[in-house]
Design a binder for this molecule. Structure first.
Ligand SMILES: Cc1cc2nc3c(=O)[nH]c(=O)nc-3n(C[C@H](O)[C@H](O)[C@H](O)COP(=O)(O)O)c2cc1C
Length: 350
């Protein structure tokens, strides 16, 4: 039975940008934190198996570490903190790589116990540790000891592997191991990304722990934000796919908290501009065919929540040339005559 909980939604709380392997890299972090909204971001996971990884691996996942060498904090260009995520199960290897990351300038380390990928789980990483809370605790403890109080260590879990029976034990294990914060993606590993996210279970965990608990999973709109906070009782949330579908979701939440009013719906031109900027950033380092697929990947994330994005995706999905794709995204006259005068779809509440 979930006890009622009164939540002040105007209490700002913090908003984190979720780590997403193959999707949210340094360029995406830079774009999504360009407007005020997010308080911290997390890198894609650095996979730790048995050896200490060379600096280039850390710099690839977290190019923002290069700022440390120049005496600057490890942040996005707009100054939002970037936390470095490790994924692994071997305590010694995790500790060695934690020390390496700190030597390179990492200012916060996060541990991934949520990854559902079969390959990762088969090699005993990500969500597979949710089957054995003691091992999870040993992994957190090893990194916490290696950090020697120089940087905070945080953890990210799901509600369990096949079921939720060990959810509270896993959460406690992370806390006992020394985690300073716990992000909870409110689904089991076997639930994958299937809705619903069980936000009320995050509330159970929050009541069980003394450290801050962050609610994550299926926050796509302002309404979802209200509901996730109300059901979990958490101040803090983390946004993943919702921030890609609507890059203004975090600013939208902040705007509502500051003014009590809804931010105006995002026009297609603004979405096209962020995709164009994204392509320009990626084009500087990646081959064009890779940029084409990354661009379509982001457009694909947008299309579930935006009618115009859905239309453009349907028309452009087979385009293989980057400039043609960009022209199709940006062209104002691209919209079908019958939708041109209609207000553009709002991603909220869809
Ligand atoms: C493509 C993809 C890649 C992800 N990569 C990571 C990762 O590297 N580390 C991690 O902790 N979680 C990862 N996640 C999980 C997200 O951080 C988040 O917990 C999940 O998507 C639920 O939040 P959302 O509904 O707001 O997207 C990934 C999710 C997706 C869809």
């Amino acid at each position: 039975m979930v006890e009622p909980h009164v939540v002040n939604l105007l209490h700002k709380g913090r908003i984190g940008l979720a780590p997403m392997e193959g999707v949210i890299d340094a360029h995406t972090r830079a774009l999504l934190t360009a407007w005020p909204g997010f308080d911290w971001t997390v890198t894609e996971f650095v996979r730790v198996v048995d050896a200490r990884l060379p600096p280039r691996v850390f710099l690839k996942h977290c190019p923002e570490l290069a700022r440390h060498a120049q005496g600057q904090p490890v942040t996005t260009p707009s100054g939002v903190a970037v936390h470095l995520q490790l994924l692994g199960s071997d305590p010694e290897a995790l500790a060695a790589n934690a020390r390496q990351a700190i030597r390179l300038g990492a200012t916060s380390l996060d541990l991934n116990f949520g990854c559902p990928a079969k390959l990762v789980n088969r090699h005993d990483g990500g969500a597979s540790l949710l089957r054995d809370p003691q091992r999870l605790q040993r992994a957190v403890d090893a990194v916490h000891r290696a950090a020697e109080g120089r940087v905070p260590v945080t953890a990210k879990i799901r509600l369990g592997f096949a079921d939720r029976r060990r959810a509270l034990d896993c959460a406690s294990a992370a806390e006992q191991g020394g985690a300073a914060q716990l992000v909870v993606h409110a689904r089991t590993r076997d639930e994958g990304y299937r809705p619903p996210a069980h936000w009320e279970w995050i509330g159970r965990i929050r009541r069980h722990l003394a450290i801050p608990v962050v609610a994550n999973g299926d926050i796509w709109s302002l309404e979802d934000y209200w509901q996730a906070r109300t059901l979990s009782g958490c101040h803090d949330v983390m946004l993943g796919r919702g921030a890609l579908a609507d890059p203004w979701l975090a600013p939208r939440i902040r705007h509502w908290q500051a003014t009590g009013e809804r931010m105006a719906a995002t026009q297609w031109a603004s979405r096209a501009a962020i995709l164009r900027d994204y392509a320009a950033l990626q084009r500087s380092t990646l081959p064009e065919r890779v940029v084409v697929s990354l661009l379509k990947q982001w457009l694909n994330q947008m299309r579930g929540r935006d009618v115009e994005a859905a239309k453009r995706f349907a028309t452009l999905k087979r385009v293989t040339d980057l400039d043609t794709l960009l022209a199709g995204l940006i062209a104002p006259g691209f919209v079908h005559a019958d939708t041109q005068k209609a207000p553009l779809a709002v991603s909220e509440g869809a």
